[in-house]
Design a protein around this ligand. Sequence first.
Ligand code: HEC
Ligand code: HEC
Ligand code: HEC
Ligand code: HEC
Ligand code: HEC
Ligand code: HEC
Length: 273
Amino acid sequence: MKRMFAVAVLLFGCAGVAFSAGGVKKKKVPEFEYGNVVISANSVKAGVNPVLFEHWVHRKMFTCRVCHVDIGFAMKANEGGIKAADNMKGYYCGACHNGRSSFGGAVLFMACSDQYSKEDMKRCLRCHSEDKVAIEREARKEQREKAFRAFADKMPRERGGNGINWEKAEDEGAIRLIDYVEGVSTKRPPMSNQKDFTIGAKVDGVPEIIFSHKKHTVWNGCEVCHPDIFVGVKKGTDKYSMIDLFAGKYCGACHGSVAFPQNDCRRCHTKQV
Ligand code: HEC
Ligand code: HEC
Ligand code: HEC
Ligand code: HEC
Ligand code: HEC
Ligand code: HEC
């Protein structure tokens, strides 16, 4: 039984190697860059630096739902079509980065403006940070790594991804997530509690998957998953395999880019059969 799983691991690869869509090996992303998204569609066209968005900076304070349901960010890099004008009207990044809102700490810096001084440029560069000049880019990268380490070293550890056990961090109260942003989120009825279930792995000896509907709902709400990622009107409706997951579909829509990566086989395949 155990051996079959070992064979599967060999087939799919081992720790230290991440997979891209086609199952091609690619270099492991450093912990401080895991979950980073470069948004470049409109900035490049307009001749400004692309924007680097860091998930870890934001997910330590907000649920996924605030951004991906209430604010409506796309679940795929560059598919949202975020524009400077939208940010200025208080949508997307501008829902929080508006020069007025604060979340516990100081007032958040404003997003885009059409008129700006040389002084304001510093602000632009905080988001539009993917500089064309290599020295600038490297300096920012170093700062980002430092900021990440200062935070991550206080968090419960885990291997892979950000190297942070996000779930434990929440359980232990090391982070407290905001799930409602005034003026952005709509009042919602309490969510019905969905039952956790196991998903059979279909291959002898491969441990079954325990899927916690309950925990996922706390982070994501229902709407991130249904109906876009899982049509799921009834369990078993969606047929998927590891190949689909590695291609970024179903569970792979989050696991592999933002939530813990797929080479951590045993975190999903937990139930021995
Ligand atoms: C809080 C983050 C943030 C800050 C600060 C910010 N921007 Fe943006 N900006 C964005 C994002 C996100 C996009 C969309 C990028 C893309 O699609 O390539 C964008 C896009 C743009 C674009 C592309 C053209 C368009 O119509 O969308 C311009 C020009 C722009 N910003 C100018 C500025 C200027 C000037 C400043 C400083 C005064 C600034 N931005 C500050 C996040 C920010
Ligand atoms: C502060 C807002 C914010 C929060 C909180 C947030 N996201 Fe995102 N997420 C974004 C933005 C912005 C993008 C890029 C969208 C675009 O380019 O149009 C993104 C993109 C993604 C992508 C696509 C990544 C890629 O490489 O294609 C995934 C998956 C994702 N988010 C999952 C999550 C999950 C899971 C959580 C909660 C643990 C979460 N996000 C929390 C704003 C957020
Ligand atoms: C739901 C509210 C919210 C949204 C939406 C949001 N941010 Fe933020 N952002 C924050 C908060 C709060 C902080 C401060 C985090 C901290 O103090 O650790 C922050 C910090 C940042 C920082 C500073 C990171 C650092 O350490 O210097 C950048 C850059 C940034 N956000 C970019 C973006 C971009 C780009 C977008 C849109 C694609 C965006 N944010 C959308 C709330 C938000
Ligand atoms: C992380 C993604 C995710 C989230 C968040 C989520 N679900 Fe699901 N849901 C699933 C998956 C996966 C299935 C099984 C789909 C399949 O096998 O086709 C499922 C199945 C279901 C089913 C069918 C269950 C059965 O036993 O037949 C219902 C009903 C459902 N979800 C409702 C909800 C509701 C209501 C919420 C919010 C309270 C929610 N889900 C949140 C992923 C999610
Ligand atoms: C994010 C959760 C998750 C992770 C991580 C994960 N799996 Fe899976 N695995 C699944 C799901 C879901 C299925 C599909 C089960 C079904 O629909 O019957 C599956 C199915 C499988 C199957 C059955 C054949 C197939 O392709 O459907 C094998 C073998 C397997 N996984 C091996 C692995 C190995 C080896 C790893 C580590 C490299 C891994 N899994 C990591 C969730 C995961
Ligand atoms: C919408 C994004 C999203 C989707 C889709 C998703 N997950 Fe997750 N999942 C998360 C986040 C966020 C966490 C928190 C831990 C982290 O970020 O590393 C998590 C945590 C988990 C955990 C650890 C928590 C626990 O239950 O003990 C397991 C196991 C897991 N996911 C399995 C799955 C499986 C299997 C699927 C597909 C059926 C799936 N996930 C689909 C976002 C997602």
